[in-house]
Design a protein around this ligand. Structure first.
Ligand code: PLP
Length: 426
């Protein structure tokens, strides 16, 4: 499609947008009395208006029924989390039984590593990306140390080539082959949080498994953003948070995927608790653990209903819209943002924007601001553009297709240009 950087053109794209009514389903913060242009849905998604109703429902049941709410609430609490599995499975391309909701992301990755990182004397290496999200780095280091191993020896980081901002699949495959029999686990962020690069999960999963390793994915920046086919790709396990593109609220519950080949087995090492045992015998309070035949076997505690409820509200919206329509809009919206950036770059002399996100991308564009710096970022924030800043000189722009509009992209371009001119005049 050929674009134009005009209000008219952006308005026309909005008028043709099949998802345009969903913008009004979200609460937007305001700056200077105007709704913000929100580029940080990759960090914390906006609040859906319907979420309040889901939380109020739980609060009312608790108030009116107290303990009886476990079984007699409109949505009984004892199996409330099961309502999330089917719609969530669609979002990640899994079978319903392969998906569960529990805890938070880093906690879940730790718990999944208990099952799927089983180092031996000769096979103990973990392959991850260099400069992985800090929480993931701390997790790898502490897991390795907990097994009595040396992080410098056991953790292998995938490097990018000098001067490049992205990883090449060929380099990753070469590294996997090189470690070979020594490789126990591959665990990478499916979409890199810094650059927005989407990894070739199908190919990397197959390569890791071909040398005998298990392969897991941290999908924090992938879920609700890109097309996932975890079952078809034969991924061993994965986990994600729900507060980024999934719009479920700050620090909210995490989802996990466990490949069906590991389900309904008692021989899998796992940290266990009562919510992972079979439902029909759970309340007999028997001493033996009898695992649920699905990913719920990894559940330890009874579900935090007040955080699962907003996740259910969000999934209701994903169910209505579907990933296909979201991805379709995402592609046009992100391409339009890219176009506007190039236009403003061409119109201004003292700036040079380098989009470091490769063509394998979701909605995020990470932009290196050559010739500009922190003052431009501050100007954007003061003028109602909510974005984020990463060292050394990168802003990340993630126009979430659920609620961002084409006019937002146009308005952003205008504010960006004014910001650059304002720096010159200082
Ligand atoms: C956001 C994010 C996290 C956050 O972890 P929490 O346990 O939810 O605090 C972890 N890993 C990656 C790659 C992320 O992007």
């Amino acid at each position: 499609m050929s674009f134009q950087n005009t209000l008219n053109f952006a308005q026309k794209l909005d008028a043709d947008d099949a998802l345009r009514k969903y913008r009004n389903e979200f609460h937007f913060p305001k700056v200077n009395g105007k709704e913000v242009i929100y580029f940080t849905g990759n960090s914390l998604g906006l609040q859906p208006k319907r979420t309040q109703k889901f939380i109020d429902g739980v609060m009312a049941d608790w108030k009116n029924l107290a303990v009886e709410g476990h079984f007699y609430a409109e949505k009984p609490w004892w199996d409330y989390h099961e309502r999330l599995a089917a719609p969530l499975a669609k979002v990640v391309g899994a079978k319903t039984k392969e998906v569960s909701v529990m805890n938070t992301l880093t906690v879940n990755l730790h718990l999944l590593m208990v099952s799927f990182y089983r180092p031996t004397k000769t096979r103990y290496k973990i392959l991850c990306e260099e400069k992985a999200f800090p929480s993931d780095q701390y997790m790898f280091q502490s897991q390795v140390k907990w097994h009595g191993l040396d992080p410098d020896d056991a953790i292998v980081e995938l490097k990018k080539r000098d001067g490049e901002h992205f990883w090449r699949t060929d380099d990753i495959l070469k590294k996997i082959a090189e470690i070979g029999d020594g490789l126990a686990l591959v665990l990478i962020g499916g979409v890199n949080y810094y650059s927005g690069q989407v990894f070739d999960m199908r190919t990397i999963t197959a390569a890791g498994q071909s040398v005998g390793a298990t392969v897991g994915w941290d999908l924090a920046h992938a879920v609700g953003n890109i097309d996932l086919k975890l079952n078809e790709w034969n991924v061993d396990f994965a986990a994600w948070c729900s507060y980024k593109y999934m719009n479920s609220g700050p620090g909210n519950a995490s989802g996990i995927f466990v490949n069906e080949k590991y389900l309904d087995r008692k021989d899998i090492p796992r940290f266990e608790g009562w919510w992972g045992t079979k439902k029909n015998t759970r309340f007999l309070m028997k001493p033996e653990f009898d695992p649920m035949p699905n990913a719920d076997a990894w559940q330890i505690s009874n579900a935090p209903i007040l955080s699962v409820a907003p996740y259910l509200a969000s999934l209701e919206m994903f169910e209505e819209v579907g990933m296909k329509a979201l991805i379709q809009k995402r592609n046009t919206l992100t391409a339009y943002l890219e176009y506007v950036l190039h236009e403003i770059d061409a119109e201004t002399e003292n700036s040079d924007f380098e989009i470091i996100t490769p063509k394998e991308r979701g909605c995020q564009l990470s932009v290196f601001l050559h010739g500009q710096g922190r003052p431009l970022f501050d100007y954007l924030m003061k003028n109602g553009v909510i974005t984020d800043w990463r060292e050394p000189n990168v802003i990340r722009l993630a126009p979430a297709p659920f609620y961002c509009s084409f006019v937002d992209m146009y308005r952003f371009g205008k504010i960006l240009k004014q910001g650059i001119c304002a720096q010159v005049n200082q």
